[in-house]
Structures are given as C-alpha cells and as structure tokens.
Design a protein around this ligand. Structure first.
Ligand SMILES: [Mg+2]
Length: 361
C-alpha cells in the first residue's frame, strides 16, 4: 500500500474554551491509503490542548516511518499492519491510518462501513452540541446562535472554570436560560474541579436537570469518584481518564459511562474493543470527538449505533469544513449509503488542498 499525508488547518466558528485553555483553530492531517487502485481517507486531529507544531511534525515523521514499513503490505492484512505500527505515542495518527483502512475496505467491497459492521442506523443517538466556557453574556450569545442554527436536542456545557464554581454556576445558568426548556443538558468539567467543588456542583446540576457529568475530577483521582456517585442521581462519565480499552477495568466501579474518542484510542479497531470492554463492565458508552472535520466525525458516526450517547459536533463549529460526509438530521449525525466512510473532499480542484497525489510519505 501507499500512504500519503497532507496537513490542513481548521478554524472554529466559536473558539472553544475548556478548563485547560482555549482552542481557536487546529492543525489536522489528512492521510490517504492507496491499494489495488482504491484510495481510503483518514484524518488526524490534535489529541489535546498541548498539540503544537512540534507534535504535528512528530506525528508526520511517525507516519512516514509507518509508510516505509507498510510498503508492500496489503490493506487487507490488518493484523500484520497492527503489528507493524506502534501507536501509544501517536493515537491520532493511528486513528487516521485505521479509519483510512476502513474507508478503503468499504470502498473495496462497495458498502458503507456501518453496513459491513451490521449496524442499525435507527439506533444512532441524538448528539449534544458543546457550549464552551465564556463570560455569561457571551454564553447567552453562543447558546442562542447554536440553538437557532442547529436546533439541537442536547447541549453540553463546559465547566470547571479556573475562576471557581460561582463562575461555573453563572455560565450554566446563562446557557440554560438562553435555550428552549425542552432541551436536555450535560456537563463536562474536563477535570477542572477538586473533590470539594465537585461535591457542591453535582447536586446543584442535578437540581437543574443535568443528565450526566463528564470527567469531574482530574485523571488520577478516579477513586474519589466513589464519594461523588453515592446518592447522586447524575451518572458520572470519564473522558480524559480513559483512552483505550485497558484503561476501563481499573476505573469501571467508580463510574457509569465512558466517552470514547477515535483520536484518543487510535481508531475504529480500538473503539470496537472499548465498546465491548465497557459493555462487559456494564458501562454506558458515549462517542465523542476532538477538533475534527466531517471526515473523522463521519468515521465516528459509522460506529454511533453502538453508543448510548453521541457528542459528534466539532464539524458543526467550523468556519469551513474541507470534507463532506455525515449529515445532521433531526439532531443526529447520520452516515450515508455511500461506500466506505462515505466522505469526500469539499474543495475545488484549483484550491491548494490535499489530493491522492499530494506530496507525502
Ligand atoms: Mg470531555
């Protein structure tokens, strides 16, 4: 197989601020696998706020290295490919390769991936739309803009402000008073609370109808979650604490669900392992995203019939999306009947943009 890569920039419509910082844009990478005359497409998005030009450059170097090892290997040989690429350091790069190989497989067999996996599109849950941290007047503006543009069913508010829980309460109240009363609410603290503030915030949020709270405490403090969930009606989910399937068993008894992301876990193959592991521990599964275009979002959407909750919204907060794929229908991110992932580039031939012949590995 031949692998080519092309970096591209995504600029957000609303810069996203979470407990650790602000993301106005991201440097992503498109990865193409060519074999037997068929091209599969994948995407890498930065895995955390620490993403830097150096991190992108390192990931590109890793992919170039993989490309060398995989020359002469068939895209059918998934077990062999997995043994040739090391992914712990570059899960986003592996996610791009893995989803490109699934796109290739679907195109080769002329079937959409969800159909190859035997999934039922009717089971796709509605997705949440994310409201980042901002001063209350800006939270009101963004909430109204998202509600009027996308008519969501569920909003997820980012809390865990460094300014403390009074700032969190003001932000959440500003969002809730700016949205129709029938909406459902989720909260993601991104590990921004300590045990004391989480103990105050979770009952307060329960009283405001919040249906789940994500990553209340920083990674490493999972054992303290037992003190939060006792007597709480709000299910607790972990995101930052759980990257791959092997992270689930040690934390399973403290939580009700996990947020799985292709960029954290290394792609669709590991996502399937995560789903099975979570089910074995009687946990719910949310499928989420990083700063992804419609390419990687559509890869997530292909698996979303297996999830209880969806949080696939990053492509809906872009100034320009370089890919088309899943459509937003009645609050759901829906893959199409097209083969593979069902994504295709959105740019004109005259744009300086990636193509299967672009320079790369
Ligand atoms: Mg999260």
């Amino acid at each position: 197989m031949k692998i080519t890569i092309h970096p591209f920039e995504l600029r957000k419509r609303h810069a996203l601020t979470i407990s650790r910082g602000t993301i106005p844009s991201s440097q992503n990478l498109c990865l193409m696998v060519e074999n037997e005359g068929i091209v599969g497409w994948g995407e890498m998005a930065p895995g955390s706020l620490t993403a830097s030009p150096e991190a992108l450059s390192k990931a590109q170097t890793a992919i170039l290295n993989w490309a060398g090892k995989l020359q002469g290997v068939s895209a059918w040989d998934r077990q062999r490919i997995e043994s040739l690429v090391d992914f712990r350091e570059f899960p986003g790069a592996l996610a791009a390769l893995d989803m490109a190989l699934y796109d290739w497989l679907g195109k080769r067999l002329d079937q959409p991936l969800w159909k190859l996996l035997g999934l039922d599109l009717q089971r796709i849950p509605r997705t949440s739309l994310t409201i980042g941290m901002n001063p209350p007047p800006r939270v009101r503006e963004i909430t109204r803009e998202i509600v009027s543009r996308l008519n969501p069913s569920i909003l997820k508010v980012k809390l865990g402000s460094p300014e403390g829980i009074e700032a969190d309460r003001a932000m959440f109240a500003a969002a809730q008073e700016s949205a129709p009363s029938h909406l459902k609410w989720r909260v993601d603290a991104n590990g921004g609370w300590n045990l004391a503030s989480a103990r105050e915030m979770i009952p307060w949020l329960a009283g405001r109808g919040v249906e789940l709270v994500e990553q209340p405490l920083p990674p490493g403090q999972e054992a303290s979650l037992a003190q939060l969930s006792t007597g709480s009606q709000v299910p607790l989910f972990l995101d930052e604490s759980v990257a791959t399937a092997r992270d689930i068993p040690p934390v399973a008894k403290f939580i009700q669900g996990i947020n799985l992301k292709l960029m954290k876990c290394g792609g669709i193959s590991e996502a399937l392992r995560i789903i099975h592991t979570a089910r074995a521990h009687q946990l719910q599964v949310m499928i989420g995203c990083m700063s992804e275009s419609s390419l990687a979002i559509t890869a997530g959407a292909q698996l979303s019939p297996l999830a209880d909750q969806a949080d696939l919204d990053s492509h809906l907060n872009l100034q320009q999306d370089p890919f088309q794929g899943a459509t937003f229908v009645d609050g759901r991110v829906m893959p199409s009947q097209r083969s593979g992932l069902g994504t295709f580039p959105n740019w004109r031939a005259t744009d300086a943009a990636p193509s299967p012949n672009a320079s790369g590995a």
